[in-house]
Design a binder for this molecule. Sequence first.
Ligand code: SF4
Length: 760
Amino acid sequence: MNVITIIPPLVQLNAPYPSGAYLTSFFKKEGHDAQWADLSIELFYEIFSRSGLEKLFSLSEKTALSMADKAEKNGDDNTAFNIRRYISQKENWIEWIDFITAVLSGGGAREKEHQFLYSPFAPRGQRMENFLEQLAQDGREPSVDDVRFLCSYALADLADYITAVFDKEFSLIRYAEALTVDERTFAEVEKGLDSPILEHFYKTVLERWGTTVIGGLDPAIFSKTLICISIPFAGTFIPALYTARFLKSQYGQKFFICIGGGFVNTELRELRDASLGKYIDAISYDRGYGSYKALFDNTVLESVETAAESMIANPLYKLRIFKNGKVIEPVWQDEKLEKYETEITAQIIPDYSDIDFSRYLRMCDDKNAMHRIWTDGSWIKAYLAHGCYWHRCAFCDTQLDYVCAYRPVEVRNLYEGLLKTAREKNVYGIHFVDEAMPPVALKKFALENARHGNPLYFWGNIRFEKAFTKDLAAFLSYCGLGGVSAGLEVAAESGLENINKGTDISSIVSACAALKEAGVLVHAYMIFGFWYDTTQTIIDSMETLRQFYSAGLLDSCFWHKFVLTKNSTVYTEWKEGKQKKLQPIELKSDKKGGLFARNNIHFKGENQYDKFQLPLENSLNCWMHGDGLEKKVQKWFDFPVPPPTVGRDFIEKKIEEYEEKNRKRGAGLNDKTAQNLWWLGGTPVLCGLSNSSASEYRWLYLMEEQSVPSKLIDIDILLALRPEVTEEVRVAALNTITASPSVISNLKKLLGRGLVLLDF
Ligand code: SF4
């Protein structure tokens, strides 16, 4: 049958969201005629193009000018000036927009960049001007190398105009998010459907896409078309619903329309509002492989029109059906299908064949190196494992498949597939979207990369834990790892225990230090406002974070406010009578139709630490730029807070422990552990040839020169331990090493100086 997966707008602009790639791969494996469409990037170009801006300005000019008049009347001259400037420069925006998007997608005419930067006839908005002013304050003239920044801010300026004048639900990377995350009923959410961007721009995208893609489907099998609309985030739900409504109105019952994806899996598990049946036929939960397999194996799709009736007697695995005003509940457990999902997960390789990566924009709006990784690069997204290998943190959605169902992927198979995609698409960066990349799988992937000549650069989420030793970090970096992000959550020993993080400050410091020394970018997520938090615990966490920055252990960090979710361990434990400090507030159920998004739960005292947010963010922003690190943490608050109970040298001492441990690393090398030796140093160069007894080898390791007397090492053995060397050559070298205690003894002198000893 025909299967089409749609990614609705709006998601990030730099890379396609991977659910379409995974589902399409699965559908093809099942023998279907499958394809996927990223309608998010299509909507972007529908707006941010010459014809798009012509339409935008013609639709919004009147409103814009009356808003400007109103602002002026209210004494807001700045807003009035800014709005009028857009209209006055509309021809300039229209003239330059294709250049702007071309620059950000890696094309564009270099010569025109000079003009865009220096010409007084190029368009300018507030954000662009702020950027140029900042350069002036830094004592620097803008140069043509700044044009990518300027183009990124130009898009942000245009987005500001759209939000202010045309459609308040619009932002560059999400649409109408607030409508779906606040406490609303489905009927209230539905009201967001007829908004201007969807009606005037997205509808055109759907019409064009419908003509080319759906018009091209084989009419003989047209009655058997499954449409899967993936909804990864709240900011894609309204456009997803709009998509479904459009398809139903245009093609009636010819399609069986399902929604699924991250937002659905977390927030809409209990959505049973029968009126959803106006738009969709079913909700598919979790990975989707099991539910779609159940659907395919059921005769229901033979006749889409009578689907629901036949299913009433036979509900399907993880598929909630909406039909003829009825809602048919899913079956949540099925041993056979669960086994099938595990097999698929292990073997699946995301299929990006339908995607043109050259259309994605490498946004350049932050100088922080780690932040840039997120937006500046068209990453191929994939995962090394489904779920989290720890899946025990108290605050996390540990009851849900995407966390608790840890299923590893067959790494070599995945590597081959991703490398093939990289070569076909000319994109050599992999973003692993794992909840936490398992260290063993990560090492395997890294080794595969080295043995293929290190063509791929990769990054993703990890857990800060002791597995990430100094040697493993260096090994991974050598083999292409460029950045990691991980939850530090609460920088205090007792806090880590409270949330059952499964790691401790020593391990976190050691992982961060190891990764930073190896040149890997490190980002940490912090959380405040936990159910057990006090002012003191937050201040202590903040002080520890300050020390992390002071010691250069982090590149970037975000503070998030704790949100209690229905599928978290802590909520489950509260229901079991544990977690006495937590006091959840029952969800309001008096609204007709019940609440729409149901995962978040209020709890008593949840807002008491809101006033900490701004000082926490302000201090962090300064620390990220190396400022204010000496300032006492209490001084960031304009209300009284106690001093931290953490010693000023707390992290320094942890770093000393880490270094001491590494100094003793040689003790762990013997004929058995030697199997895990790897040489990461440069090629040793013989020096002092004129005096052979004093000759020595020198080489570089992590940018530092190293040396040993030449008689101590056998270069051939060392070079055979490089990750890129074949297994056959490596095994021969290891046999020589393990056969000779003196070789092992000499190798101990090279540990940490180019030679690394991994734990696995
Ligand atoms: S917070 Fe991260 S490490 Fe902890 S269980 Fe969730 S996914 Fe795993």
